[in-house]
Write a protein that binds this ligand. Sequence first.
Ligand code: ATP
Length: 206
Amino acid sequence: MKQYIFFGGTFDPVHNGHLAVAGRAAGIFGADGSVLLAPAFVPPHKDAGKILSFEHRLNMVQCAVSGKENLQVCTIEREREGKSYSFDTLHILHTLHPEDQINLLIGGDSLLQLHSWYRAKDLVRDFRIIVYPRPGEEPDKAMLRRYWTEEETEKLLSFVLKDVPLFPVSSTSIREMYRSGRREEAEKYVPEKVASYIRKNLLYFS
Ligand code: ATP
């Protein structure tokens, strides 16, 4: 049985934290070649007017994975258009690969919001959710129990990765660095090809 790890996000922009998280998860779960980075066509939780176009975000993810054998870009959400719900996307992946295990990879901050996702309970029932811890976003059992049953909480906590390095970086902080004129600092947090794509297209400067 092959492991697929679906890693969705806004990727505005994709950063070194995303790549490190995806690479680590691939190694731990033996999913080399099958971590799918999927920019959301319309991120359900973000204000569409405030994020870069899908094409720019996709191009940056393409730059970021080029030359990295363990990562691939997944464009299912563009083909489907409309809001990009992970529940629907994962079921499409399952239909495409019925013999294989489909995992969803999220960061610790997303775990704390997962109850608000579309068909959250069904998502947790149908798929394995791998959680990569994020600095300052400790998974707290009592907090999870406000939204999830004991059984669901145990399931969610059982795939929180332990003893992995943390990556204190976010797309928000990178956008802020660009907007406030700290380009060189911002470029430390994104792959070189992404930095040059951002420069060439004059992104995040206004
Ligand atoms: P923003 O700051 O704009 O909200 P972000 O850095 O959180 O962006 P997203 O594209 O929204 O990036 O995140 C995609 C997925 O990657 C989410 O599940 C998020 O939790 C996870 N993620 C992003 N950065 C990290 C990180 N540094 N460590 C662990 N998980 C991360």
